[in-house]
Design a protein around this ligand. Structure first.
Ligand code: NAP
Length: 285
């Protein structure tokens, strides 16, 4: 039977340890603070931001939300980022996506100071990750790597197949997994004969956003399956990309949805805010 990789439990443990670190920083006069910018009225974003705020409060991190109207301009958005870059009380800046299509999110990410870029989306940090240098790793791939670590999964020599090439999950995950000496294949919507690739995977990561997309016949026996997808079914249930019930039987390790990668993403955001606060005073070892 597969080992269920319990992201909820691991995230709780990580947050507990971060709370201690946060207390230590406060004793040194540093009050870790995260600023979150939201543009427009996306309902899913509101829930994500609320969850981030709750996690910050639990650890003792200050949290401030900046709401910009749907019709805000690129200039106003970038001015706000610049103000937060200059504010020494703010250690981490997060621009919640999506933002209205008329705005250029990548240009906005470029404006976030690399030292406050807790989501790891600034090109400087993306480049550092590619060079395997210490940096802010974007939170979902970082959370996945922490799960491998927790379950003593050595990636060296394994064939990892990632389905989905977004800038926030698939692409940074290539670097993370490659840095651990796995052989990496990346698939996307233009990949021909997808199951030919997935069936070869010792480690299969799905980050697509389609319920029950990964079926048992696409998965190798005894493989490790990481389900990043978060999909809401018609009856309001949250499910991943993987047909869990049938795939689970073939795997050695698998993440559930909910309770797998999701909670880890928020835990790693908190981790990155604490790292940013320490870096601001050269306290990182
Ligand atoms: P995204 O930007 O929409 O990217 C989806 C990726 O899947 C794209 O690369 C796309 O290929 C690929 N894809 C779509 N249909 C495919 C198909 N039929 N065959 C192969 N590849 C296909 O999505 P995202 O932001 O990365 O998110 C993906 C999922 O993960 C969503 O369900 C999202 O909610 C979830 N998510 C979860 C967390 C978490 O913390 N658990 C964090 C982030 C995202 P193309 O590039 O060719 O279009």
């Amino acid at each position: 039977m597969a080992v269920l990789m319990d992201g909820k439990q691991l995230a709780k443990k990580i947050r507990y340890n971060l709370r201690t670190e946060c207390d230590e920083l406060k004793k040194k006069g540093i009050k870790p603070k995260l600023a979150v910018i939201m543009v427009g009225n996306d309902n899913a974003s509101k829930i994500y931001v609320k969850n981030k705020s709750k996690a910050c409060q639990e650890v003792g991190i200050e949290f401030e939300e900046f709401l910009l109207d749907e019709d805000t301009t690129q200039e106003k958005l970038e001015n706000l980022i610049e103000k937060l870059n200059q504010n020494e009380d703010v250690h981490g800046i997060l621009l919640q996506s999506p933002i209205p299509k008329k705005l250029d999110i990548n240009r906005a990410f470029e404006k976030i100071s690399p030292s406050k870029d807790v989501d790891g989306f600034n090109p400087v940090n993306v480049g550092k990750l590619a060079l395997n240098k210490d940096t802010f790793i974007s939170c979902t791939p970082y959370g996945i790597m922490k799960m491998f670590e927790e379950y003593n999964i050595d990636l060296a020599g394994k064939h990892a197949v990632i389905v989905g090439r977004s800038n926030i999950v698939g692409k940074p995950l290539i670097q993370c997994i490659l840095n651990k000496n796995a052989t990496v294949t990346i698939c996307h919507s233009k990949t021909k004969n997808l199951s030919k690739h997935t069936i070869e995977a010792d480690v299969l990561v799905s980050a697509i956003g389609k319920p029950n997309f990964i079926t048992a016949d696409m998965v190798k026996d005894n493989s490790i399956v990481i389900d990043v997808g978060i999909n809401r079914t018609e009856d309001g249930k949250i499910v991943g990309d993987v047909d869990f019930e049938n795939v689970e039987k073939k795997t050695s390790y698998i993440t559930p949805v909910p309770g797998g990668v999701g909670p880890m993403t928020i835990a790693m955001l908190i981790n990155n805010v604490i790292k940013a606060a320490k870096t601001s005073k050269n306290l990182n070892e």
